[in-house]
Design a protein around this ligand. Structure first.
Ligand code: NAD
Length: 516
């Protein structure tokens, strides 16, 4: 008995995949230790209640402070991507509705908002921010039901950031002259704003808050698969007694967006979405006097050096690509690992993604929710197939996916070369392409070898290396030893085909003013 106890004390006990305990007499070096959860770490379901959510059967347009039926009388279905069940119907705005909205915005600009002192505009923005905070639980549930994102993200990331953006720009409304020392900022007039589906309410906040703070009025066009929270925001704007016409929301698909972009009485277009549509918008408004900002796609490099804290880096890789199912413009979708730690990083990453829970977005334990639409799922599948056909190796943990709804497991590819489509094109899903490098110079060259330039990540223990690399990366945002961190005080935007103009921070006011 005493002998057996002694042997156990000097041994390392490892839980194998099948749950059996085995003793290893030799110590295992820390870089070779495996994460092994066996089947003992299961979670009971922890669903967030949605029983109190009241969806209207139909969501009309919000024009001139009123909810109005669309000119065509047409509505389209909005479905829950996790269940494929119809949630409600959304109005399909056409050129006539867009025109009404632009006229309302123009009137509001000329008669009220454009002449209101900054401190009064600020009061409205503070009021909107506080109402968003009050209703944030309900809005987070709606965001997860409509878009498929895990409730822990919509509750802890999206909604706090939405409120923070309104608070932040409320503070700027009466201090604009300090943002542009020695210059006099003047509002532009009517801003036409078109947003995507990956952060529906957050993208609305990024657009509306700086535009309103600077004295402009707005016509917002949400994405067709995620319009519900924008319409609940309209209710908040009405409750805040924002003067009629200051914000108008016209729902619909690409044609509605095009009508807004091409409307002659719009002074400024702010677009967030794909690079393809961004290019079309650039062509459509060339020759006009409209100002333009484009926040487009990305294919960010996340670079792991040998001297990086590897366990933290693996967490950064996970949050870089699997956050919001990879539906993130700045996702760290190209991973560059220095050769000396490649084996270790891949092994840890493989172990780590096998612990991610895929499923019901309303379950508080869920890490990866539903893919936003069937169209997006088809796009992910097509690009993954191309990766396999071009010879890369696909790694996917065994995951049981729900029978209904749109799902994709967390995945990564090794054996990727720069010419593979999965190394070049934005997948916009939970799929990572892993490549290696030997020297910092090679890492830089490969990271910059993309038409995009939105974001990047660098992982190293050496501060000097961070500064050297960061200054040579052609990306608008670079995170060092972290990833996907957002703050309203910090500007965000791209280079090259990722667009131009900045949102966030004092920089985010510039696209909404003329400087005299
Ligand atoms: P998308 O370009 O298909 O659509 C974006 C919006 O544009 C939608 O509201 C859509 O209805 C509208 N639209 C479509 N055609 C239009 C046209 N011809 N004229 C005007 N509007 C039109 O993009 P998506 O699939 O909704 O979003 C995903 C893309 O958005 C990704 O490429 C992602 O990288 C990008 N994105 C970029 C940022 C950023 O800040 N850079 C942030 C989020 C998303």
């Amino acid at each position: 008995m005493a002998k057996a106890r002694k042997r156990r004390e000097s041994a390392i006990v490892v839980v194998e995949g099948n749950g059996e305990l085995t003793e290893h007499r030799q110590a295992i070096a820390s870089q070779d230790r495996r994460l092994n959860f066996g089947d003992r770490w299961d979670y009971a379901p922890a669903p967030e209640s949605n029983s109190y959510i009241k969806l209207r059967p139909k969501y009309p347009l919000f024009i001139n402070g009123k909810f109005v039926a669309p000119h065509s009388g047409k509505y389209f279905d909005s479905i829950n991507p996790a269940t494929e069940e119809k949630l409600t119907e959304i109005a399909e705005g056409d050129a006539h509705d867009v025109d009404k909205a632009v006229q309302a915005a123009r009137r509001a600009y000329e008669t009220t908002w454009g002449n209101l002192p900054g401190r009064e505009r600020g009061k409205y923005l503070y009021r909107i921010a506080r109402l968003i905070q009050e209703k944030s639980r309900e809005l987070a549930v709606l965001e997860s039901m409509d878009g498929g994102k895990p409730i822990k993200e919509s509750r802890d990331i999206d909604l706090p950031l939405v409120a923070a953006h309104f608070f932040y720009y409320a503070g700027w409304a009466d201090k604009l002259q300090y943002a542009f020392p020695g210059r006099t900022p003047r509002p532009l007039g009517v801003a036409g704003q078109v947003i995507p589906w990956n952060f529906p309410l957050l993208m609305a906040a990024w657009k509306l808050a700086p535009a309103l703070a600077a004295g402009n009025t707005c016509v917002l066009k949400p994405a067709e698969t995620t319009s519900i929270t924008a319409m609940h925001l309209a209710e908040i704007l009405a409750e805040a007694e924002l003067p009629d016409g200051v914000v108008n929301i016209v729902t619909g698909a690409g044609n509605t967006g095009r009508a807004l972009v091409e409307h002659a009485k719009v002074d400024k277009i702010a677009f967030t979405g794909s690079t393809d549509v961004g290019k079309r918008i650039l062509k459509a408004i060339s020759g006009s006097k409209k100002k333009l900002t484009l926040e487009l796609g990305g294919k960010a490099a996340n670079i792991i050096f040998e001297d990086a804290p590897i366990d933290q880096a693996v967490e950064g890789i996970v949050s870089g690509i699997y956050f919001n199912q990879g539906h993130v413009c700045c996702a760290g979708s190209r991973l560059f690992v220095q050769e000396g730690v490649f084996r270790q990083v891949i092994r840890k990453l493989r172990d780590r993604i096998s612990t991610l829970r895929v499923g019901n977005p309303l379950d508080k334990n869920t890490d990866i929710g539903a893919i936003n639409s069937r169209m997006q799922l088809d796009k992910i599948c097509e690009l993954v197939d191309s990766g396999v056909q071009q010879g890369a190796e696909l790694v996917q943990p065994p995951v049981r996916l729900p029978k209904r709804g749109f799902w994709y497991p967390p995945s990564f590819f090794t054996g990727v070369t720069a010419s593979h489509r999965i190394a070049q094109e934005e997948i916009f899903g939970p799929v990572l392409s892993v490549m290696t490098f030997r020297t910092p110079e090679e890492a830089l060259e490969r990271a910059n070898n993309t038409p995009y330039g939105l974001s990047a990540g660098v992982w190293t223990d050496k501060g000097s290396k961070i500064f050297k690399i960061v200054n040579k990366l052609r990306a608008g945002v670079v995170w060092a030893n972290t990833y996907n961190k957002f703050d309203p005080t910090s500007p965000f935007g791209g280079y090259k085909e990722s667009g131009f103009g900045r949102e966030g921070g004092a920089h985010g006011l510039l696209p909404y003013v003329n400087l005299e």
